[in-house]
Design a protein around this ligand. Structure first.
Ligand SMILES: Cc1cc2nc3c(=O)[nH]c(=O)nc-3n(C[C@H](O)[C@H](O)[C@H](O)COP(=O)(O)OP(=O)(O)OC[C@H]3O[C@@H](n4cnc5c(N)ncnc54)[C@H](O)[C@@H]3O)c2cc1C
Ligand SMILES: *[C@@H]1O[C@H](CO)[C@@H](O)[C@H](O)[C@H]1NC(C)=O
Length: 448
């Protein structure tokens, strides 16, 4: 029986449902800190499972920030369940369409196309999205509001607290808010992380940085050598070289251009998204490369160039208060980037934040208001190993590209393609958690 039918069968006849999948009320109040993809998904899924979520976000207003972001089919499967495919329909219109173009992988110096990686058949129920982070985020943000999630913008959370019976947050203005659970989905520079762990987890330099840019196709179109990237629909090209790779795509029927260039950079700086970048530094790294790369980069308005140092963290020992060596009472958890930042080469950071939200909401329903501690521990158990394995793929893909043996690739061009692994893409977090959640809750609730 399809899962959807199973869920419908479980519905009680007298309950008010917003979109045919909402469950009976659990009475569990959840404070969610941060309205990124992680926090928003946790809230939307909490609604679907019958909880009472509320979001506090530091940003005073929604801004279309960032540039390219990827969602794998394991995220598309989650989005598809929201409002019967309505959200995925909206996202598709803003995302890259490579159904006819595929992905051209070039050798960095000669520029020759070593392989054209075909785009897999579209799966309506598990679509893939690559688009502008801010534009896709807006769709999810508006959907959360539409289904009645209270989102308090301009509210920076200053502290967290918990006792045996409840947990809550302290806002900048001194307001104290109480709930049953607090979810710290406050991103890579998480404050919740320090509070859950009981110590500060310092980020490490990954040894790499990324220049990234998103801009309109105007100057690309004006140059006959680059116009073809923009006047035939969407494109995706990658140049792979020693310790450097350069990915370039055109999006929304070729109207927007976006590139990312990953290179070695040992600079040890505080974490941040956006430092202004300089084109002359990019040209230096591209010396000796296919001249097309420099040509593309030269169409970038310099103010659109971002220099983003990639920081890294070792996996945290725990994501949940009062679990393992962490202090506390088991009512506060980390979710998304605050628990596990990803390298962009995994292309799974946001997707894994989504999976977190799905698992957490189901486990809270299964464990119930009287066993929050069991639910949060089970959340970590359900997610921890998988997240760690997916995180590693960010390094393996990068290293595969940066240490390419071109003689071997000649014999086996497919070996350089972007990996599409079924254990990552074929995974259905909802189904898995529905099937295994009870057992895992029982196991962790019995433990001290
Ligand atoms: C501005 C921005 C731009 C980004 N651009 C890209 C991009 O171009 N490409 C890409 O792949 N990824 C980008 N990311 C990261 C990407 O969104 C995440 O890796 C992924 O979606 C996981 O999301 P998350 O919800 O865990 O964390 P995030 O998306 O980082 O969201 C965390 C949220 O918590 C809020 N917050 C932090 N501290 C507090 C506090 N004390 N009180 C209240 N709220 C707080 C932040 O304002 C933020 O909105 C960006 C993130 C941000 C915040
Ligand atoms: C895409 O752009 C081309 C021109 O580059 C145009 O001819 C075509 O109509 C556009 N298609 C859509 C669906 O907008």
């Amino acid at each position: 029986m399809p899962l959807r039918a199973k869920i419908d069968e479980l519905k009680l006849p007298n309950m008010a449902a917003t979109n045919g999948t909402e469950k009976p009320k659990t009475g569990i109040k959840i404070i969610i800190v941060g309205a990124g993809f992680g926090g928003l998904t946790a809230a939307i899924e909490a609604k679907r499972q019958g909880h009472d979520p509320v979001i506090y976000e530091a940003f005073p207003e929604l801004k279309v920030l960032g540039d390219i972001i990827s969602f794998g089919p394991n995220a598309g499967r989650i989005f598809y369940r929201w409002n019967d495919g309505e959200i995925t329909r909206k996202m598709r219109a803003l995302s890259i369409d490579l159904s006819s173009y595929g992905f051209n992988i070039h050798k960095y110096d000669t520029g020759e196309i070593v392989v054209n990686q075909k785009t897999p058949m579209k799966d309506e129920k598990a679509p893939v999205f690559n688009g502008h982070r801010g534009e896709l985020h807006e769709i999810v943000f508006n959907y959360a509001k539409e289904i009645g999630v209270p989102i308090h913008l301009g509210h920076r959370v200053e502290n967290y607290w918990e006792d045996e019976k409840s947990a809550g947050i302290l806002l900048e203005d001194g307001t104290r808010v109480e709930a049953d659970v607090v979810v710290g989905s406050d991103g890579v520079r998480s404050k919740a992380r320090t509070l859950v762990l009981g110590y500060e987890d310092k980020p490490k330099s990954s040894g790499y940085a990324v220049w990234r840019a998103w801009f309109s196709n105007k100057d690309m179109l004006a140059d006959p050598e680059t116009a073809h990237f923009c006047n035939n629909g969407d494109t995706f090209n990658g140049w792979i070289g020693p310790d450097v790779h350069f990915l370039f795509s055109t999006i929304k029927n070729g109207s927007d251009c976006c590139w990312v260039l990953t290179h070695r950079d040992e600079a040890d700086i505080a974490e941040s998204w956006s430092f202004p970048g300089h084109l002359k530094d990019v040209y230096k790294v591209l010396e000796g490369w296919d001249p097309m790369c420099k040509k593309i980069v030269s169409k970038t308005p310099e103010e659109k160039l971002v220099d983003w140092k990639l920081v890294y963290r070792d996996p945290l020992p725990t994501w949940v208060s009062g679990y393992g060596k962490a202090p506390g009472h088991g009512r506060i958890c980390l979710l998304g980037d605050s628990a596990h930042p990803f390298l962009p080469t995994s292309a799974q950071g946001a997707t894994q934040a989504l999976e977190d939200g799905v698992a957490l909401a189901i486990l809270l329903r299964k464990a119930g208001k009287s066993n929050i501690r069991g639910a949060l521990r089970a959340f970590q158990e359900v997610r921890y190993e998988r997240v760690g394995k997916v995180q590693k793929t960010g390094e393996t893909t990068r290293d595969m590209w940066h240490k390419t043996d071109w003689a071997k690739v000649k014999d086996n061009p497919e070996s350089i393609q972007l990996p599409r692994e079924d254990w990552i893409f074929g995974f259905d977090q909802e189904k898995y958690t529905e099937e295994n959640g009870d057992d895992i809750i029982q196991k962790v609730s019995a433990a001290a």
